[in-house]
Design a protein around this ligand. Structure first.
Ligand code: WT7
Length: 632
């Protein structure tokens, strides 16, 4: 057995070398830390051509036994989850490992009695309440595949995801309250299910005590479903490579894809990366502010921390409710030791004034993390100086839904820090920078395409229902490499700086959207003929969405049309994807072959029209003049 936790930078250097020289021995040793029904016949078998990646081949396990049962003897009374509600006046709720185990078994039994079987897909559309954690683990307990959909997506986006996964069940609540906003989740589900024939049952948790419509035969209240279901639920024995979950994410093409993670590799890597990046110690209180609707919440609120026997805080609310001191109040209240949030939250709280931070005692903090988008120098320094009081390591975690776990980051408080640089690759991770032509860049400080050369345990296995799409998207750009879609550079010490997406993906407040996905939504508006969407820098959100829209007629009232277009986007995707700027144009800049020149639109959106570059290949250069003149 190999110990998981690295404890110095020299140790990191040595572990890294070992992991690269002999990955099978390295990960086999780490995997010995977990409980298995049957050990593996082979640690790793792979090729990036199909692609096919198998870790711990032949092994059998259940991930929830490693998160719950394994800890009961020693940590039964330890807090697993501390839930902090949206309303500061409401009581928090805690679950010890024993209580969480009991709740998960009870709900797993309920799922089985409602007809859910191993391999069935279950869609979770819930607020950040303990029932979401319980439902995720209950699915994993019985080998059902969870697909969590962030509760900010619209009925139409939810329906797409349910249909693609052919989910048999949806678990939701009457509604949610986030800050002062309310969302009627059950009505959204009802609307989505008008077009989803695979769903047989809907389990509804009463979160706000609303009186809602329940469809007889299809809908059942959570509390009715768990009646008489208390007691143990044997954990279903899973093959190492059985699917654990699907999580939908956006890419360059229109339809979101279902990223698939499998049981054993995801387990080993989320626990390993959590314990190393956050240097979690047994008495620590850890808090990640993400939503479980995104991969960060899956890997670093639930799986990684609970596999490690940690105490993980789950927060229902938002950073600015009731005021911009809420995060810091919670840190002080629970004496949080490790804190992880997104740059967009850091920037917005930075703008709210230092008094909100200074009011609270943040001396418990040891490691503070940033995740989801590049963190700019100003936000890094504010986070480091004000929140970390100059005494905490800032760990900048670069990774993706597809990578399952953190790939490049500082480790706790011993790796060197450099603002705007994410840091070093974790053991087992082999990032390279490629030129356009696919050769590896060896020199320092040169920008290239960030790719990964060899598999790590939590790499995605496929995109649900369409393996070819997985191959084309991630493994066909450069033969033998996983293509991340990000541009990056590396300094002379080997530290990586992530520049941002090089494909048609926009990152708004850490939420990922494909330009085509938003364009498709805008084009649903009756008067819209076509549109092109680009991202542009935004001081708080990181990026914002700028839409160039061609309509079939003159638009008499542009403001009205803008509101309507936003409504269409909210309906198709959700309010999280609204374009900030909408410019009506008479045509889009296209090449003779009909390709939209986004480079030009990006420049216009950035307000930098001094150098539009070569426009000679444009079909009609006059449209560019018009676009520039009328730019917002
Ligand atoms: C994309 C992945 C990481 C989990 C949450 C987002 C960007 C993510 C960083 C970072 C710079 C980052 C990349 C990446 N990104 N973390 N620390 N520094 N950029 O997961 O929704 O799959 O998005 O987010 O562009 O490709 P995701």
């Amino acid at each position: 057995m190999k110990k998981i936790q690295i404890n110095s930078f020299e140790d990191y250097r040595q572990q890294y070398q070992e992991s690269i020289n002999n990955p099978e021995e390295f990960w086999g040793g780490i995997a010995e830390n977990f409980n298995w029904h049957k050990k593996w016949d082979q640690v790793l078998d792979w090729n990036f051509d199909e692609p096919k990646v198998e870790w711990f081949k032949g092994a059998r396990l259940n991930i929830t036994e490693n998160m719950l049962d394994r800890h009961l003897n020693t940590l039964g009374d330890k807090k697993a989850i501390i839930w902090e509600p949206n309303e500061p006046g409401h009581s928090p709720k805690t679950y010890t490992y024993q209580e969480l185990y009991d709740a998960v078994c009870e709900f797993a039994n309920a799922l089985k009695s409602q007809g859910v079987q191993k391999g069935d897909r279950v869609c979770l559309y819930l607020p950040m309440i303990p029932q979401l954690a319980i439902a995720v683990l209950a699915c994993a307990r019985i080998g059902a595949i969870h697909s969590v959909v962030f509760a900010g997506f619209s009925a139409s986006a939810l329906a797409d995801r349910i249909q693609d996964a052919e989910a048999k069940m949806v678990i939701t609540s009457d509604g949610l309250r986030r800050g002062v906003k309310e969302v009627p989740l059950k009505s959204v589900v009802d609307e989505a299910l008008e077009n989803c024939s695979s769903v047989e049952r809907v389990i509804v948790f009463s979160c706000l005590n609303w009186n809602i419509d329940m469809q007889e035969k299809r809908d059942i209240w959570w509390n009715d479903a768990i009646r008489n279901q208390a007691g143990p639920c044997p954990a279903t024995s899973m093959d190492a490579e059985d699917m654990l979950f699907i999580l939908y994410t956006s890419g360059s093409t229109g339809k979101p894809k279902g990223v698939v993670h499998s049981c054993a590799g995801y387990m080993v890597y989320t626990a390993y990366s959590f314990q190393n990046v956050y240097q979690y110690q047994p008495e620590d209180i850890y808090w990640c502010t993400a939503d479980i609707g995104w991969i960060t919440g899956h890997s670093y609120i639930l799986y990684g921390p609970l596999l490690s026997g940690a105490t993980s805080i789950m927060f229902e609310g938002i950073p600015t409710y009731p005021d911009a001191g809420r995060f810091w109040e919670i840190v002080a209240k629970y004496k949080v030791n490790q804190f992880l949030t997104a740059p967009t939250a850091i920037r917005s709280l930075m703008g709210a004034g230092d008094e909100h931070v200074e009011k609270h005692d943040l001396s418990s903090l040891k490691v503070i993390g940033s995740v989801g988008e590049p963190i700019n120098a100003e936000a890094w320094h504010w986070y480091h100086d004000k929140v970390g009081r100059g005494q905490c390591a800032v760990v900048d975690n670069w990774w993706q839904t597809e990578t399952g776990g953190i790939m490049i980051s500082g480790l706790g408080n011993f790796s060197p820090q450099k603002p705007t640089y994410a840091g070093y690759p974790l053991p087992g991770i082999q990032p390279v920078l490629l030129n356009q032509d696919g050769t590896e860049i060896e020199e320092a400080d040169v920008e290239g395409y960030l790719c990964i050369k060899a598999p790590w345990p939590s790499i995605l296995r496929t995109t649900y229902g369409d393996h070819e799409r997985c191959r084309v998207t991630y493994f066909s750009h450069y033969k033998g490499y996983y293509f991340t879609g990000d541009g990056a550079k590396r300094d002379a010490d080997g530290m990586f700086r992530i520049i941002g997406r090089i494909d048609d993906v926009i990152n708004v407040s850490g939420h990922r959207f494909g330009t085509a996905e938003i364009e498709n939504a805008i084009n649903e508006h009756e008067q819209v003929v076509e549109s092109a969407v680009v991202g542009y820098p935004h001081p708080i959100k990181g990026q914002s969405i700028y839409a160039f829209v061609v309509c079939d007629d003159e638009i008499p009232e542009e403001e009205k049309a803008r509101i309507e277009i936003k409504e269409v986007v909210a309906k198709q995707i959700g309010k999280i994807a609204l374009p900030e700027k909408i410019q009506f144009v008479s045509g889009l800049p296209k090449t003779r072959s009909g390709k939209i020149m986004r480079r030009i639109l990006r420049k216009v959106a950035e307000g930098d029209v001094s150098s539009l570059g070569d426009t000679s290949t444009l079909l009609d250069p006059a449209v560019v003049d018009e676009i520039v003149q009328k730019a917002l």
